[in-house]
Write a protein that binds this ligand. Sequence first.
Ligand code: ZN
Length: 243
Amino acid sequence: MNITVWNEGRHEKSIPRVTQLYPGGLHAVIASFLKPVAEGSLIRTATLDEPECGLTQDVLDSTDVLLWWGHMAHDEVPDEIVERVYTRVMQGMGLIVLHSGHLSKIFCRLMGTTCRLRWRDDTYERMFCVMPSHPIAQGVPEHFELGVEETYAEFFDIPQPDELIFTSWFDSGETFRSGCTWHRGYGKIFYFQPGHETNPSFNHPTIQKIIQNACRWAAPVNTRQDFSCPQMVPSLEEIRASK
Ligand code: ZN
């Protein structure tokens, strides 16, 4: 399984705490804890300021699962790149959208809604697993203490998830659908809420386990390259109405 971790990579350039928590940037840390998932395969990183955002056609064509972290520069991702990612999801590439990626162009395109939510600065988060039978929940406790995180709160304007796997409670009194899946075309999408750049959630062992599980789940099962609509398909049976 080839994994590409895409990170906007801008906060790392201006907020020292981000690189203190995540040496080399969010993408480097996420890529490093995904190594056990993709043994013998490629784990690459890509950032906004690389040519073509690091997401050339070759990179995307050889990516089975793409992870996406963005926040302050969603609009700087060219539409052409968004279209490339969208097409690859339709073809079967898995997409894992992390934290503030909820407002990325690609996530909004795939959801078809505003993807807006309510938020406030740090409170204390407890996460609940509400679908323990799901592969992404494998080895994850019924609930666990995440600690300090940015509060994301309902209403989160997303289509009804195909599967709701995690919900979260914050000690501000808010709740949130924090782990959701959808299927689009041949591709699978997982949105996961933790991961504000100045909080240590990506160093939390259970968060790492969930993202590892999500990569395994989102890997393509079947793929399809051609989505053009044929004018007419041959019938599988003799059509009685034509006699
Ligand atoms: Zn944030």
